[in-house]
Design a protein around this ligand. Structure first.
Ligand SMILES: [Zn+2]
Ligand SMILES: [Zn+2]
Length: 428
């Protein structure tokens, strides 16, 4: 009996990897263009990192984390969220000592025990960027524009950025009280989750997916009407910066970030081609997070972008991405021994030519079929006659055209025929 991968944790197979390489390369390029440096945190954290940052009463902490006790009796959890580990590392290594803000990005797997849906997995890959140590609206506009310009550069057109403010510790308590009073008469009609949210996290009442509860949410008092003056000025500042850069958005008062640590600016980019799971990236400001993790209060703003979902949207919009990295040369042994083929492969590879070779010594026809399957541009036929004369036959796979070249000259001859920029790189 064979064993399959865990549910919701798909393999990424060689045939799909070209698309991943293309997107990851673009992500790294844009992160660099915007002045972000990469950070890599471990796949597991002390469970407390997520409990403190995300908060109890959230689905993530209560239902979705992969938590286990290690052999030393410590409670650890697989990375359930991207920002908290980065802030944990920022505080632990005092990364702000060299001056603020510190701009960091990551591409890493996120683990959540959730019901798998289209573009949503129990292990998914997230690109995130965090600008830590700047409270000004310019930081919000800077990091949001990174996400927007990145997806636009990949060819994404049909999406909309929804922007809002979730207030801060000054104005949110007053709004929460108003919201509770609005919801109190509806309490008996709400779903079980909402009745729990009413007690522990009233803002999340606005986030319910049940149609009946959504209708009540649409009529609810809005945070945007209860912002204190500094929060209002901050939002207006962000808007002015985005307008000046030509980054389009719509104000959406129903944006509620699911996590406790969000303050002020919040946004979601919504695809018009996906169904219910339509958020391509989401983010906002989290000025309270460093304090919740036990550090000195430090403002921050950032976003997370699920790459599986991004690839799905790009596919649905018909955007072509990089193909499978192809092979330059396949050495068919045609009677020569494997040592000769290995020696030649070694020389070509050291010259930068992507080379595979026949190791099973099957018939020539089968070898050429294998070269074709691997997408090789050229096959080298290395038979006894060729070896005796010190040459190899070069066969162009697409046309079947053949000629010969001396073995010693092969690296140069092949390099000249392969487009120089294609050597060792992905084609297609
Ligand atoms: Zn509900
Ligand atoms: Zn406020």
């Amino acid at each position: 009996m064979t064993v399959n991968a865990p549910r919701g944790m798909p393999d990424i197979l060689p045939g799909e990897i070209g698309r991943w390489h293309a997107v990851e390369a673009r992500v790294r390029d844009f992160a660099r263009r915007f002045g972000y440096r990469e950070i890599r945190t471990p796949a597991v954290e002390h469970t407390e990192v997520f409990q403190r940052a995300v908060g109890s009463g959230t689905d993530i902490v209560d239902k979705e984390m992969y938590t286990f006790t290690d052999r030393g009796g410590r409670s650890l959890s697989l990375r359930a969220e991207g920002t908290a580990p980065v802030l944990r590392a920022f505080l632990e290594h005092n990364l702000g000592a060299g001056g603020l803000p510190v701009k960091l990005y990551y591409i890493c797997p996120i683990f959540r025990y959730d019901r798998p849906q289209a573009g949503r997995y129990r292990q998914h890959t997230q690109f995130g960027a965090e600008c830590i140590g700047a409270a000004e609206p310019a930081a919000d506009a800077d990091v949001l524009s990174l996400a927007v310009r990145l997806v636009q550069s990949l060819g994404l057109v049909r999406f909309e950025v929804h922007l809002s403010s979730v207030g801060d510790e000054v104005c949110r308590p007053g709004y929460t009280a108003v919201l509770r009073e609005y919801y109190r008469p509806h309490l008996a009609d709400l779903c079980e989750d909402c009745r729990r949210r009413f007690e522990v996290a009233p803002l999340r009442l606005l986030d319910c997916k049940r149609e009946h509860d959504r209708r009540i949410a649409r009529q609810a008092p809005r945070m945007l009407d209860h912002l204190c003056d500094p929060c209002r000025a901050h939002l207006n500042g962000v808007r002015a910066h985005l307008d000046a850069m030509g980054v389009a958005y719509t104000i959406d008062p129903l944006i509620v970030r699911g996590l406790d640590y969000y303050t002020r600016t919040a946004w979601e980019a919504v695809s018009e081609t996906l169904g219910a799971q339509n958020v391509i990236f989401g983010g906002g400001r989290y000025d309270g997070l460093a304090g919740q993790l036990g550090g000195r209060p430090t403002p921050g703003v950032g976003f997370g972008m699920g790459l599986e979902r991004l690839l799905l949207v790009l596919e649905q919009e018909g955007v072509a991405l990089g193909g499978d990295p192809a092979l330059d040369v396949y050495i068919a042994t045609a009677g020569a021994d494997a040592t000769r083929a290995l020696q030649l492969a070694d020389r070509l590879r050291r010259a930068g030519i992507a080379t595979d070779l026949e190791v099973t010594a099957r018939g020539l026809r089968a070898q050429l079929k294998q070269a074709d399957r691997l997408g090789a541009r050229f096959a080298l036929l290395l038979g006894e006659d060729e070896i005796r004369r010190g040459v190899a036959t070069i066969r162009e796979m697409a046309t079947g055209a053949q000629d010969e070249a001396p073995l010693d000259a092969l690296p140069d001859v092949l390099a000249a025929r392969l487009r120089p920029e294609a050597i060792g790189k992905a084609r297609g």
